[in-house]
Design a protein around this ligand. Sequence first.
Ligand code: ATP
Length: 239
Amino acid sequence: MPEEPLLKVSDINVFYGGLQALWEISLTVNTGEIVAIIGANGAGKSTLLNTIAGVIHPARGSIEFEGRRINTLEPFHIVSRGVCLVPEAGRTFPNMTVRENLNIGSYNSQARGKKMQNLELVYEHLPVLKERQNQLAKTLSGGERQMLAIGRGLMSDPKLMLFDELSLGLSPIIINELYRVLREIRARGITVILVEQNVRRSLKEADRAYILECGRVVLSGNVAELREEEKVQKAYFGT
Ligand code: ATP
């Protein structure tokens, strides 16, 4: 029998008041994969990640993680199950130190007992955070703040990490560094969903991708196949 997916999103509709942002979205993510969500501005990528993380609840459909429904749970409980959102622009608490920001990540019951172990892991993969542990987050560069957001996510002891616009506005050197960390995270057995403006990059780094247009999945598959799709070539590579 094929292995059950780690995450199964089935037929979800999501509204902001009267505005429908997602239409019958279904997707699966298997343990150990990097799955990219691609789409133009306003396609619904952030809405999808926020819905998986419990920030928004779908009006219809279901979301199952490890075979259990999570779509009515609040974000805090979803983090405890092992799903963690690293939000756009690496949002951190500016007037708290790097170490205090990291501590907040391990607040859930699941992660509390593993705090020191996870802190070691964070410092191993993101050594700049160790160097800067006593600095206020607001004194960090944009790239370092994004690293802090990733580190805070790792402190929650996740099985699945959702990255919203990992590389937005950062320099190529920093972006390479962030992707190195992402690959290390996957090598540790953590599954990844990646929303990324840079389509070339996400099709290079991911195993599979889903393409959203106006709140609907219009294409999905292995990245090697998707790169060859005429629609993808036209829309993203200008050929
Ligand atoms: P971007 O790359 O610009 O972040 P996106 O693909 O992540 O785009 P979403 O931010 O998920 O897209 O937006 C999907 C749709 O929902 C858009 O039409 C957007 O205007 C709308 N939307 C997003 N957030 C809200 C909100 N808080 N209230 C009302 N409408 C919203």
